[in-house]
Structures are given as structure tokens and as C-alpha cells.
Write a protein that binds this ligand. Structure first.
Ligand SMILES: Cc1cc2nc3c(=O)[nH]c(=O)nc-3n(C[C@H](O)[C@H](O)[C@H](O)COP(=O)(O)O)c2cc1C
Length: 168
């Protein structure tokens, strides 16, 4: 049930060192691959970072966020076609990669794994770490692993505050 996974997902910032089964990783990446994209360009590349030496560098790249290095895997959400601006004025690649990222986060939650979207990272050292081709950008990072923390109360706005019907 998709709503169950949505309700189970929360930002996990403490991970067990327990490795992630390859079948689960494959399912999670498949969820990313199935995401919709503007003009079906599918501009993404999901870089699955498992290498301990690379992971050790993530704390500094992510402005001291140690839990990123502690996750057994971090996924870098990358995309090319960065010049494509939709009629609505939004850059398609950031929207596309973000939708794929949420597919990944929700499938992870479904499988009992945790993620946390990371926007606070320095792009250039991160690009160097993964040998990013010059026509790609990194839209976000998702550390991934078994949570070592219980889900608390989420501080969310009530529905009346976030939904308007027909017009502002
Ligand atoms: C675009 C984006 C960037 C974020 N960047 C970070 C980050 O760099 N570090 C972090 O700890 N959390 C980050 N978060 C997680 C948010 O803080 C979190 O989603 C929010 O507080 C709501 O909590 P919840 O996900 O547990 O519901 C980011 C979330 C989004 C959507």
C-alpha cells in the first residue's frame, strides 16, 4: 500500500552498519527507473556509492553531516539535459531527478530502509568524488540504510493549511 510507505517514511539520520541486501538495492533502483519525467527524457543517472573510502569523504562534502558517511550506501541523484526549461519556467532535470528520488525513498521505506534527502552538500567536490561528466548536475544525495532510530512525531502542517480548492 503506497500510503503506508508514505506514512512510514521519515528522514533517517542514524543508520545501522548492517549491509543492504543486493536484491533490495535492485528493487529500490528499479523504483527510481520507473519515475515519470518531462518529455520522457529520463535524464537521470543514479550513482550508488558503496565504496568505504568514498563514503568516508561524504561527511566533509556534506558540511559535517556525519550520518551520511555512516550510511552503508549513498545514492547521488544526477541528471543531464540541464538546459531544458519547461514552458512553466521550471528546469525539468531538477523536477525529474527529485521525483525519481522520492520513488527511491518510498521504495526504501517499503523495504524497511531509511533515507534522508541531502541538499546541503558542496557540488564540486561531490562531482569529483563520483567522476561526474561535465554535462551532468547532482540534484541531491540520499544516504540509505537500516534505521537505528525510531520514527518520532512529524511536524506537519494540517491539511486545511496546505490545500485550497479551486483557487487561492
Ligand atoms: C530538498 C531537501 C533538502 C534537504 N536537505 C537536508 C540536509 O542537507 N540535511 C538533513 O539532515 N536533512 C535534509 N532534508 C530533510 C528535511 O529536513 C526533512 O525532510 C524535513 O525536516 C521533514 O522531516 P521528515 O522527512 O522526517 O518528515 C532535506 C529535505 C529536502 C526535501
Amino acid at each position: 500500500m503506497i500510503l503506508k510507505a508514505i506514512k512510514n517514511r521519515f528522514s533517517v539520520r542514524k543508520f545501522k552498519s548492517q549491509p543492504i541486501e543486493q536484491e533490495k538495492l535492485d528493487e529500490i533502483m528499479e523504483a527510481g527507473r520507473l519515475a515519470p519525467s518531462a518529455r520522457n527524457v529520463q535524464p537521470w543517472k543514479f550513482v550508488v556509492i558503496r565504496d568505504p573510502e568514498k563514503r568516508a569523504q561524504l561527511t566533509e562534502i556534506c558540511k559535517g553531516q556525519k550520518f551520511v558517511s555512516e550510511a552503508p550506501v549513498t545514492i547521488a541523484l544526477c541528471a543531464n539535459n540541464t538546459d531544458y526549461c519547461m514552458t512553466c519556467g521550471q528546469q525539468a532535470y531538477t523536477v525529474d531527478a527529485s521525483i525519481a528520488g522520492e520513488h527511491i525513498a518510498l521504495q526504501a521505506a517499503e523495504l524497511g530502509l531509511g533515507t534522508c534527502w541531502i541538499g546541503a552538500f558542496y557540488h564540486e567536490p561531490m562531482a569529483k568524488l563520483i567522476n561526474l561528466p561535465s554535462d551532468y548536475k547532482i540534484v541531491g544525495l540520499l544516504p540509505l540504510g537500516y534505521p537505528d532510530v525510531e520514527k518520532g512525531e512529524r511536524n506537519l502542517k494540517p491539511v486545511e493549511e496546505v490545500v485550497v480548492w479551486d483557487s487561492f
